[in-house]
Write a protein that binds this ligand. Sequence first.
Ligand code: CP
Ligand code: NVA
Length: 313
Amino acid sequence: MIPGKDFLTLLDFSADEILYLIDLSIRFKHNKVDAKRLIGIHNKAAALIFEKPSTRTRISLEVACHQLGLSPLYIETKTTQLARGEPLEDFARVLDRYVDIIAARVYSHKTLEILARYARAPVINALSDMYHPLQALADFMTIKEKFGDLSEIKIAFIGDTDNNVAHSLTIGAVKLGLEIRLVGPREYWPKKEFLDVVNKVAERTEAKIVITDNPAEGLRDANVIYTDVWVSMGQEEERKKRLKVFRPYQVNFDLVKTASQDFIFMHCLPRHRGEEVSDDLFESKHSVVFDQAENRLHTAKAVFAAILLEEKL
Ligand code: CP
Ligand code: NVA
């Protein structure tokens, strides 16, 4: 369905394509994909390029490669000639001569766009400052597993509503026509350019986006409460200010009083202990964070297979 396509942001995919990838991920999870159909990708090579640290993304992508019969190459940019000034455009064209697919975790989303422009091999976003689409796919897969039908689900993202994880969750929600609430301090609300784009999609799909700085209002009847760190990678200098501004938005049992009784708690991880979520809520029966982390593996397999195989699985 998406052979040869770059996977930089969910904005480039239709609701049908996103639902297909979720369904394929669920089939991979339950061993419902015929291994013979994967022969076409055996012995291909995947470059996994990292400018920043990673636990889940790196490991899930590597294991996904092994399980699919692809050869993963884990490459930290600081060990390449990029660190000594090799132009990114040249790096992309050289890489292209060796590998069949590229996944990259970068500081600036622009870097991914340049990689995608200069490499013929498809490029997967393994997190940029703007988006984290592999994460969002695992998030919607997890929501689907927990609730079955997605259509009536109300999702509340609370905290830094202008970060990569919040952006991709919002894009996924509007593409799928769901209700999403973005709850956090005004000065960290998403920028107008981003809101213009997602509002336009929402008009078409009848999705609903609510933005508020009031947690009681934002979390009212929410089925999914999602948070992420207050200080993302690359924002370390703002740490002191951010910790102060976001403090009233910590997810704890006091804050979630207005949510639906059976809400699930989600977090892309890693968490910062004592900050965006209290330990008791994180460890409670509401928390599905480790299922969500597991699903990163199944979605990674689905994305590799859907891009590398000519035929729909
Ligand atoms: N959620 C996620 O992307 O985690 P890592 O930073 O560990 O890859
Ligand atoms: N927003 C976080 C996500 C980490 C997976 C960051 O960019 O650091």
